[in-house]
Design a protein around this ligand. Structure first.
Ligand SMILES: [Zn+2]
Ligand SMILES: [Zn+2]
Length: 349
């Protein structure tokens, strides 16, 4: 089979290789990958800004069909369509793993970073952290959408599990990218009034945000302030930063109400020049949300099954795995939403 392997330091240390098909161990499933998403963390890994165990097949956002099972795999059988929580090879024994917070485990091992991942024709995953794609997804197109179940589960962790959202809360989301538009849809399912904040170059993305339910879209701090205080003179009840850049966080802090909640989704990737007293002055609850828990997946899959969240508008480009470089360029250009790779050439892209 083919697999995209990170094998050495440096951006050049990645190549498509011919590999033996992986063999499942007890309790594992062998899955034929239909689609694998390229995540920003993959870009960080290629640039050595995130450490991975080399050589490793990349890819942790995927959807595929079970082709083989081994030992006790619970309810799974050949032919099931599945998705998997990436940190599925964590210790399984510590208090975090036992509570489903495997991503926070000290011994965390994730597919695509420490164990071979899904940018390949086949991936092997433990049944324990794998979930069935709901019956509702019947066509190939509907199934491809589930390659985004992983980032959705991460966003569910933030919006559903880490903070309280009340009907009518005024929410500011900074950054109308893939994560921002997922956050938007999730906040709308919770009855919030959402103001989407971007830059003038984000005009097209903000138009998409409107279609996906944003109540207002703004491209300057002045307009953001106006929109927030017109809706709630106290300020925004919740701000959510999906950019991971300091000026966006600062803008959030300037419009949040006293004792409001800030949800941090974007990763800063370094030191942040930021006056922390903004938070102190208003007694802001600063809540970071990092990846997903087992419980987040159950909520994410339920929302998808109920049709409450739509992921297909967030897939803007797809490439055969052979053309992974083009896929990566599309991610780096920042113009696309989610870019996915299709390993099997027998399918049309
Ligand atoms: Zn990811
Ligand atoms: Zn653990």
């Amino acid at each position: 089979m083919k697999g995209l392997v990170k094998y050495a330091l440096g951006s050049e240390g990645v190549e498509l290789r011919t590999l033996p098909e992986p063999v499942p161990k007890d309790g594992e499933l062998k899955v034929k990958v239909l689609a694998a998403g390229i995540c920003n963390s993959d870009v960080h890994a290629i640039r050595d800004e995130r450490s991975v165990t080399m050589p490793v097949v990349m890819g942790h956002e995927y959807v595929g069909e079970v082709t083989e099972t081994r030992g006790d795999v619970g309810p799974f059988k050949v032919g099931d369509w599945v998705v998997t929580l990436p940190a599925c090879y964590s210790c399984g024994e510590c208090y975090l793993c036992k509570a489903g917070y495997v991503t926070l485990c000290k011994e965390r091992k994730s597919i695509g970073s420490h164990v071979d991942g899904a940018m390949a024709n086949y991936v092997v995953v433990p049944a324990k952290y794998t979930f069935k794609v709901p019956e509702r997804a019947k066509t190939r197109e509907q199934k491809i959408e589930y390659a985004l179940a992983e980032p959705l589960a991460c966003m569910v962790r933030g919006v559903y599990e880490k903070i309280d959202v009340r009907e009518g809360d005024v929410v500011v989301i900074s950054g109308p990218g893939t994560m921002g538009l997922m956050a938007l849809q999730l906040f709308k399912t919770r009855g919030a009034y959402v103001i989407m904040s971007g830059l003038p170059v984000d005009a097209e993305k903000l138009a998409d945000a409107r279609k996906l339910g944003a109540d207002e879209c703004v491209t300057s701090f002045e307009d953001l302030e106006k929109a927030v205080y017109a809706k709630n003179p106290k300020g925004a009840d919740i701000t959510c930063d999906c950019t991971g850049v300091a000026p966006a966080l600062e803008n959030c802090m300037k419009v949040i109400r006293p004792m409001g909640t800030h949800l941090q989704i974007g990763l800063f990737g370094g030191k942040v020049p930021f006056r922390l007293d903004y938070m102190f002055d208003r007694e802001v609850n600063y809540i970071p949300s990092n990846s997903s828990a087992v419980s987040s997946w159950k909520i994410a899959l339920r929302l998808l099954e109920e049709g409450k969240v739509s992921l297909s508008p967030l897939i803007s480009k797809r490439f055969p795995l052979d053309e992974w470089k083009k896929g990566l360029d599309a991610v780096l250009s920042k113009t696309a939403y989610k870019v996915i790779l299709i390993p099997d050439n027998e399918f049309d892209i």
